[in-house]
Write a protein that binds this ligand. Structure first.
Ligand SMILES: [Zn+2]
Length: 446
């Protein structure tokens, strides 16, 4: 490979393009994709006509605001309708080379189709993220993500195209994965943040010190918010003696659409592929950069199934201020899923806020379970935690400390804090952890 390994950018011109030039490029692609969607996807033709908009209405990037939203329900309602790929697809099936499907954890799984060009551009974006976190051809990389149907599976090809030695780990049992880490001494791994933590703990328990016996220098995490919660990220970094970088992806678009750089202050989003808006979760009104709302993405270059104004269900904000790393693409900050947010005494609470507090408190293990419920027709939450085996404080004292920290940081006290012994919570899973139980029966329109 002729690429200069000392250059910090994978694609310097693209990654450092002045923002006005990046926007000019976005506008060109936006005009093309909106026209392509209108002419080839039955759903868009119908919805644009119903809204009284046409592709020629796009004269500036802001004109996207005239177009109707779509969401997960739109995908579900249109898939399989009229053809195998459904009414949001804009190419015939013979042009599609790959489909991934969502986990279906919040309903019927939705599939995401890619043409050959979509797929190649997806992988080039993945190579760019891997390069951004410092992966180089002399690295050994373990891709410890699910390969079955999951959109993050093929991201390993991006690492391979970069020239790294790739080990397609998948979701191996921990003992096998630790064997791989010890025997092959890989330098980079990608997994979920909760699993990175648990794997490190398991290594220690089986007599392997991740810092001394393993060679992991970088841990990429995605799928949960931990990598963007400073206290969680630092805890994983300390456990492994490695740097942790957060990636963010959507099964509807790419494996990773955004990734942290060395500044670790938000995740650069591939603005050459995605036009980002933030909207008010209630009214759909477009918000300014820096304001927190639901992230809405328009895919600019994915032709198999263009997504025009897709409401992601993720709450966050976009930061367009210059980043120390020199990259000009905006950075997104994710607060959590709209579905996981709950409101206590008029305060919006995300499980990630609670996690940030729990992980900062010493003498407890960092494991937690949140229960959201109603009492007297108002929403309450309780938190269950584990104390460290050598913690001498009484359960009451620990509960009071945790409660006070949550009140100070989030603004609302938990209804109760239940203290378990080390290992007493059943939240350590091999993959994504279930850490919130929602027992509410009333309808909340948030
Ligand atoms: Zn940066």
């Amino acid at each position: 490979m002729s690429r200069d390994i000392n250059n910090k950018y994978w694609d310097e011109e693209l990654e450092t393009l002045p923002h006005d030039q990046l926007e000019a490029r976005q506008l060109e692609d936006l005009k093309e994709i909106v026209k392509f969607a209108y002419e080839n996807a039955p759903y868009y033709q119908r919805s644009f006509d119903a809204a009284g908009v046409k592709p020629e209405d796009i004269k500036t990037l802001k004109d996207i605001e005239k177009f109707p939203f779509i969401n997960k329900t739109t995908q579900r309602d249109t898939q399989g309708v009229g053809s195998f790929l459904g009414e949001l697809a804009a190419v015939p099936e013979e042009e599609v080379v790959f489909i991934s499907t969502s986990s279906g954890s919040t309903g019927v799984p939705t599939m995401s189709p890619f043409t050959k060009k979509d797929f190649d551009e997806f992988q080039d974006t993945e190579s760019r993220w891997f390069w951004q976190v410092g992966m180089r051809p002399n690295d050994r990389y373990v891709h410890a993500l699910n390969f079955s149907l999951y959109v993050g599976g093929p991201d390993v090809i991006g690492a391979q195209n970069l020239g790294a030695l790739c080990i397609w780990g998948g979701t191996l049992p921990s003992e096998r994965l630790l064997f791989v880490l010890k025997t092959y001494q890989p330098t980079v791994i990608w997994t979920s943040p909760s699993y990175a933590w648990q794997l490190g703990e398991k290594a220690l328990k089986s007599g392997i010190d991740p810092k001394k016996d393993l060679n992991i220098k970088k841990i990429i995490v995605a799928g949960e918010l931990g990598g963007s919660i400073d206290s969680t990220r630092k805890a994983i970094e300390d456990l492994w003696g490695a740097e942790v970088f957060d990636f963010y992806g959507l099964s509807d678009i790419f494996g990773a659409c955004a990734a942290m750089c060395e500044a670790k202050d938000g995740l650069h989003i591939a603005e050459n592929h995605i036009l980002v808006e933030t909207v008010d979760i209630h009214t759909g009104e477009v918000l300014k950069p820096g304001e927190v709302g639901e992230l809405v993405f328009t895919t600019l270059r994915k032709h198999a199934r263009p997504l025009i104004r897709f409401r992601t269900g993720d709450i966050g904000w976009i930061d367009n201020t210059p980043c120390k790393c020199g990259r000009t693409h905006g950075r997104i900050h994710i607060n959590g899923r709209k579905d996981d947010m709950f409101i206590v005494s008029a305060v919006n609470v995300f499980p990630s806020d609670i996690e940030a507090v729990i992980r900062e408190i010493s003498d407890i293990t960092g494991e937690y379970l949140i229960r959201v419920f109603e009492k007297d027709f108002t929403c309450k939450y309780s938190v269950e935690i584990e104390k460290n085996a050598d913690n001498k404080k009484s359960d009451e004292q620990i509960a009071a400390e945790v409660s006070a920290s949550l009140k100070a940081r989030i603004g609302v006290k938990p209804y109760s804090v239940i203290v378990h012994p080390d290992g007493g919570l059943d939240t350590r899973s091999e993959h994504k952890s279930k850490r919130i139980i929602d027992e509410r029966k009333l309808e909340y329109n948030i």
